[in-house]
Ligand binder design. Structure first.
Ligand SMILES: [Zn+2]
Length: 238
């Protein structure tokens, strides 16, 4: 019996609303929240996370609520000055606002034995004050009304594919770090593949000799300098 997780996603920005003018090309350009929730669904239900069983993982499912926020992040976060960027705490405060607005379930609403994990998708162009160009995603945790929760913010990349790769990295590591196995995706940045139609990143599997695995997918090594990775520095997490 491993640890179970309930995942809730939150999209901060009007750009994540579906639009009749915008047909999503998963390899290029913008996407909407339905596209990314579909990608997260594939990560959770394709067997992609099954390599975490060895670390004490039980299961994870997509919770009943998704926040598609009516407001956009503060414009100052787009200025490109590190000093004006967002704090990790700003993202927690955003989640708390969404919980109190009824768009997300509260950590205390999780079933007994389930740990809530909030995945925040940020629109393009924002800068982190805490990490600046050192990270495109970050996982950590917070407490609300006496209950503990995991959370991660994920920056929107150039497409659904490169963004889902970031989301998969943070999803895997939020879980592995909680289970005491740390940053198991950091050494696998050059290993990506598709589970069904969703691009995900590999992660380290001790039972496979420490190699990078993508359960449920054909693994392909992308060449160094692949455009998908040029803008993605080494991801760090706590
Ligand atoms: Zn990482």
């Amino acid at each position: 019996m491993g640890q179970d997780f309930v995942v809730q996603s939150a999209y901060w920005g009007s750009t994540f609303r579906p639009s009749q003018q915008q047909q999503t090309d998963p390899a290029h350009g913008p996407f909407n929240w339905l596209d990314m929730n579909g990608a997260i669904f594939e990560m959770l239900y394709s067997g992609y996370l099954s390599g975490l069983d060895q670390y004490g993982f039980g299961s994870a499912y997509l919770g009943s609520r998704t926040a598609v926020s009516p407001d956009d992040p503060p414009a100052a976060w787009r200025s490109g000055n590190q000093a004006d960027g967002f704090l990790d705490d700003d993202i927690v405060n955003y989640l708390i606002r969404e919980i109190e607005a009824g768009r997300l379930n509260a950590p205390g609403d999780a079933q007994t034995g389930e740990l809530p994990l909030y995945m925040v998708i940020l629109p393009q162009g924002l800068y982190s004050k805490d990490h600046f160009n050192a990270a495109v995603g970050m996982h950590y945790s917070f407490d609300y009304a006496g209950a503990h929760a995991l959370c991660a913010w994920n920056m929107q990349g150039d497409s659904l594919h490169d963004t889902s790769k970031i989301v998969s990295h943070e999803l895997v590591e939020a879980i592995s770090a909680q289970l005491g196995h740390g940053e198991i995706a950091d050494d696998c940045l050059s290993t990506s593949g598709y589970v069904r139609n969703t691009m995900v990143q590999g992660y380290k599997s001790d039972q496979d000799g420490g190699s990078c695995v993508i359960p449920g997918a054909l693994t392909r090594k992308l060449p160094p300098g692949n455009p998908l990775f040029i803008h993605e520095p080494h991801l760090v997490g706590v």
